[in-house]
Design a protein around this ligand. Sequence first.
Ligand code: SPD
Length: 281
Amino acid sequence: MEIWYTESLELAKGRAVSYRVTKTLETRQTPFQKIDIFETQAFGRMFTLDGVTMVTEKDEHSYHEMIAHVPLLSHPSPKSVLVIGGGDGGTVREVLKHPSVEEVVLCEIDKGVVDISYEYFPNCANAMKDPKVLHHYDDGAKFARENKERFDVILVDSSDPVGPAEILFKEPFYRDLAVALKNGGIVATQAESFWYHGEVIRALFEFIPKVFPNYGYYYTTIPSYPSGVIGFTFLSKGVNPYLVNPDPTRVPFGLRYYSTDLHRSAFHLPVFAQELIPKQK
Ligand code: SPD
């Protein structure tokens, strides 16, 4: 009998994406969520949380390179980086490719995500064993509140705005991020797809201009996420994201998605999506 995994979150909206599963490797319930690890025909090993795709071997690099290198290469010399969520380790792996980075704090609410990633996604997870990485298993909003002006770059590598990640899409959390950021600091947050989640993006950009003087939205393509596109907010107390000219000599060796040309072009949205992002004053 054939087994197919269907991403559950989109079903209520009348759309679905399915993958043929060649083997179910693990199913684990943590205090926060259900984790499944599948071997799939088309995307290799796949990591899902509560029925939503987080990581696949085939395309995780496009998401992790873009959430990390766009903000890091927009900062003159990032030393202290906070990753909220991201317990699979892919984002931490990319951050550590920048020699200026002295410490990476990983604040993940669910240690179960980190444990299972060490077992099944060592290519992402092993980076979390680097001595520069400090692990906190805690609520990211609380952690940001308690660490005033500590970070040059904050990356919010969250799942979708349901369940444990819901508060990561609300104004109070963004105010906490602004507090945790040093002057000149930059935040990037996972901010869904302009094809499928316009209402989420619109709601974010209703309050973002009140919290950050500089802001923008950029995107990457990733076939294993619904609609094949996912975007990020870019928020800053210093730099205007649309004026950044990334230095090619600082681009880590061996990247497979990010380039400085792509960095600049990722902020250029289709016309219908531009309407979701207010013009910066
Ligand atoms: N719709 C899925 C969004 C998931 C984004 N985060 C994935 C975690 C990868 N480190």
